[in-house]
Write a protein that binds this ligand. Sequence first.
Ligand code: M6R
Length: 608
Amino acid sequence: MCGIISYCGKREAIPILMDGLKKLEYRGYDSAGFAVVENGNNVVVKTVGKVSNLEAKRAGLQINSSFGIAHTRWATHGKPSEVNSHPHTDCHNKISVVHNGIIENYLEIKEELIKKNHTFKSETDTEIIAHLIEDNFSGDLEVAVLKSVKRLVGTFGLAILHADIDHQIIIVKRGSPIIIGIGEDEYFAASDSNAISAYTNRMIYLSDDEMAVLNSNSYYIKDMRNQILDKQIEILEEEIFKEDKKGYEHYMLKEIYEQPESIENAFRGRLIEGEGVSKLGGLEPVIDRLKNIKKFIIVSCGTSYYAGLLGRYIFETLTELNVETELASEFRYRRLHLDENVAVLALSQSGETADTLAAIKEAKRKGALLLGIVNMVGSAIAQITDAGVYNHAGPEIGVASTKIYTSQLVILTLIALLIGRYQSVSFIEGSEIINAIRKLPSQVSEILKNTEQIEEIALKYSKYRDFLYIGRLFNYPTALEGALKLKEISYIHAEGYAAGEMKHGPISLIDQNFPTVAIAPNDLTLDKMISNIQEIKARDGKIISVTNADAHRIIEMSDDAFTVPRTIDILQPILNIIPLQLFAYYIARNRGCDIDKPRNLAKSVTVE
Ligand code: M6R
């Protein structure tokens, strides 16, 4: 939520800031702005809406500067308006601040500062930071910033400049991600490496309560006690940066089509055929502890939570572990018994979701083993966990998560197989799972070759206002995830339900205007799904099914059916979700929705 970028060097700052903002826009697109210093003046330009609006505004301005800070906003305090947009400034327009996070004690500080005659322009929590620094400033920005951040309660990634101090930008981190990019006599800072990797691959990952001071030809990093730190520069090796839509109309579509590759990347080099087991280098340091774990808790949010729900079923099938899946936002408040015999596994694409981070911090306090399945290398969750597995799926830019969901499911299966093989899973069973995993990329490609039918069916259903999604066992999470995809990008009301629960309430919704998407593969739940579909048909409900070509009865009973190849039951949801991702995509496109940037959402949710 909210993206920050800063530049300090010799080049024109604004093109670099704008380029970075475009790459950070997935983090929020309610408003955007920048501040640069030109001839000792703090020049602030901001607009409501997307970065393209800011681009249009700055195109008409002639500003030259080689250091500045910029921001793209997902609104928390104060509605999206120009005055609430970042950067925020002090009373004399000398200090500019951009902020990602939330200041919890801002009202208390604001009242104090008002009493000292500070004048506030916005409704935001961030503006108090600019005024607090002004209040503490007596010629040394570093000292003023250090003193000010000690007063702040909450989370923040900050970039700060002062018009009177040439080529100095101060970056501070607590809770929200900030990465420093080291160039040749130029320095960058951004909420993620993607925003600055076109200029350098040398990165420093700031930890909480660290501050970076960037000048035009030097930098240093300090802690809050004002001690200089010797932080390691990490070289980004992955070619994850030159990301564009590669000819697809939207990132979401591109990412759906990338799934054969992202699934393959999830298991590449991680299967040992000869032993019917998986090999996960990231878990090796904790493997002995893992063998003795008594309880396994998966924590995550949104789509990652639905992957975790399915992970629970997969773990129950392959291991003897007691497994629970928890919404991260609930987990941290519960009175759970956690100790060194419990493993808590965080699932997160971004690796920075605030609820998930807070949950694992709570688990760490109680001594649990912390594991992660994370896509963003070096992210906060990757740093805090004891061990973990990367998705290696490449960046996911579309706000609606697609390729990470299927990648997470593959990795959860690999972890369950690894543990299960120490328990009762046999070599033969392990080998069957490995064979099935290997076939997934080609099976997904097969589905992606025949999307015209999905597009046609989506057109037929684009005008409906409500949908029910149902599935049983492994496909109950598929129903939840299918419904989430539809609602988040098309703004159509969609409910995911365990098919068996339908008769306990939601069936009263069914009529000819309330279609049901039934995920009904040819597995052990087939007969029960047939009964549920009959119950819906008896009430004039329309059925769109996701099934297998040999499930003739389902196909006959359905108004429309998407057929997908058959695999083993635990992996079938990976294939079943593909047509549902596309169904949601085409409906949203037919309705003219902003698919990659749905309203009110942001890709990384860094507030609790
Ligand atoms: O980065 P994370 O996986 O931790 O994100 C969790 C959710 O915010 C995310 O999956 C969200 O639900 C997606 N927009 C769903 O498509």
